[in-house]
Write a protein that binds this ligand. Structure first.
Ligand code: HEM
Length: 452
């Protein structure tokens, strides 16, 4: 561990402990920082005995991300490829990947997001009500995972399932996620076998729900992402098979689950650390007529009103800069090429680091400070080129759900600023772990009170 998690203060960034999802300790951020200082922004290292090139810095990352399909391609562990399935985006390359993304694009269009908004808002409000009615502190990271799963299941799949069914689905999904990066050993009690069983069970539930689900694809009155996906496939003269639908929905929930939970937890932690930021958010809500006498106006909230909240936008961007949930992405070199004077041999793994790029980018003044206004129109420190700021990756494999994730985080912040009172339940803020996504070691214990 590096610096401790003291309460408050400007230096809100802690050093991370770095574990691989399958439980092995790798090395801390300090280790990578010292190697970077010694060898530069591109250096050779090893991951589980395999040679790996670690890449930092906007220009180097740009080359890797824009070199998708020509210099590099995706590189998933075997268990991940198998568990996500052959029809997933993760396993698609070239034209097939392009075609699949085109079909998915509509699922995250402005129009579609507008139609999901009331449902997302409802899931967040219900969750905050439950958190506030609990006399004990909430484990924010654990409960945010549940929240992001509910959001994904309701918004993406449009499932209307009982509490009990949701609970079962959530546990099965956790089994799936915990074993997605397991060693591919198919034995009765192996993690891999557990992951396969969880996947099969999820696919069965999804198929049942899809078959029972009324379709609402007429006109633009979308009810959930599955409807939009089916309509988009039709417009692209493609018929999605049941297997493709099942794999796609599990992949989307998987991509949304831990990332959104991590960002939600970091958002709550930063609002606790910086009461002035929370107050400024409230002021913005008051100025826009969304907050009256300490209460959120319960009228219909439109996507455009959310987008018009400029300070809110800065806060979310800053949370994702300082606490990027995904630390980076893995690729494999399809040919030998040079990066910053270092030769990247064909067949080697390449890891582009989002976190190190954010942490070392010269475009951000006082890089460790939580300073949302760095993204204000007057300062816009990220205008120097998009590869300095890349919480959602970049290039042809950039995050498909970026707009949905941002909307979700903004709605959560609006509800927290407008309708909740919450306090840290521990003496100091916890340290952070960065794998599989950034999260506090103790989950972040917070007492929620709701409105007085
Ligand atoms: C890809 C981050 C939420 C769907 C990615 C990548 C990053 C990322 C960095 C690129 C990884 C790489 O280059 O290998 C995030 C963050 C999120 C978030 C920080 C939340 C704060 C979501 C949500 C969805 C989603 C809500 C969908 C519901 C995807 C998909 C891909 C992806 C499908 C793969 C795209 C492809 O391979 O073409 N995400 N993500 N993400 N994300 Fe997200």
């Amino acid at each position: 561990f590096g610096k401790g998690g003291g309460k408050g203060g400007k230096g809100s960034k802690q050093l991370y402990c770095h574990f691989l999802p399958w439980g092995q300790y790798v090395c801390g951020a300090g280790f990578h920082a010292s190697r970077r200082q010694k060898y530069g922004n591109v250096f050779k290292t090893h991951l589980l005995g395999r040679p790996l090139i670690r890449v930092t810095g906007a220009e180097n990352v740009r080359k890797v991300l824009m070199g998708e399909h020509s210099l590099v391609t995706v590189d998933w562990p075997q268990s991940t490829s198998t568990l996500l399935g052959p029809n997933s985006l993760a396993n698609s390359i070239g034209d097939i990947h392009r075609k699949r993304r085109k079909i998915f694009a509509k699922v995250f269009s402005h129009e579609a997001l507008e139609s999901y908004l009331p449902k997302i808002q409802q899931v967040i409000q219900e969750t905050l009500r439950v958190w506030s009615s609990n006399p004990d502190p909430i484990n924010v990271y654990r409960e945010s995972q549940r929240l992001s799963f509910h959001m994904a299941v309701r918004v993406l799949l449009g499932f209307r399932v009982s509490e009990e069914e949701m609970h079962c689905l959530f546990h099965t999904f956790q089994d799936f996620v915990e074993n997605v990066f397991s060693l591919p050993i198919d034995l009765p009690f192996s993690g891999y076998r557990k992951g396969i069983r969880a996947r099969d069970s999820l696919q069965k539930s999804i198929e049942k729900a899809i078959r029972e689900k009324p379709l609402h694809t007429q006109g633009k009155d979308y009810t959930d992402a599955l409807d939009v996906l089916l309509e988009s496939a039709k417009e692209n003269n493609t018929e999605l098979t049941m297997q493709e639908l099942k794999e796609s929905t599990i992949e989307l929930i998987f991509a949304a689950f831990a990332t959104t939970a991590s960002a939600s937890t970091s958002l709550i932690m930063q609002l606790l650390r910086h009461p002035a930021v929370l107050e400024k958010l409230r002021e913005e809500l008051r100025n826009c007529g969304l907050l009256h006498d300490g209460c959120l106006c319960q009228g219909e909230l439109r996507l455009d009103s959310i987008i018009s909240l400029k300070y809110l936008d800065c806060v979310i961007k800053e949370v994702l800069r300082l606490f990027a949930p995904v630390s980076g992405g893995y690729r494999i070199a399809t040919q030998t090429f040079e990066l910053d004077g270092v030769q990247v041999p064909k067949g080697w793994s390449v890891m582009y680091s989002i976190r190190d790029t954010h942490d070392t980018s010269a475009v951000f003044k006082d890089v460790e400070a939580f300073d949302p206004e760095r993204f204000s129109p007057e300062r816009s420190e990220d205008r120097e080129g998009r590869f300095h700021y890349l919480p959602f990756g970049g290039g042809v494999r950039s995050c498909l759900g970026k707009q949905l994730a941002t909307l979700f985080l903004k709605l959560l912040a609006v509800e927290l600023a407008g309708g909740s009172r919450f306090e840290l339940a521990t003496r100091t803020f916890p340290r952070l772990i960065s794998v599989p996504v950034v999260h506090p070691t103790d989950g972040l214990r917070v007492k929620f009170f709701g409105l007085d």
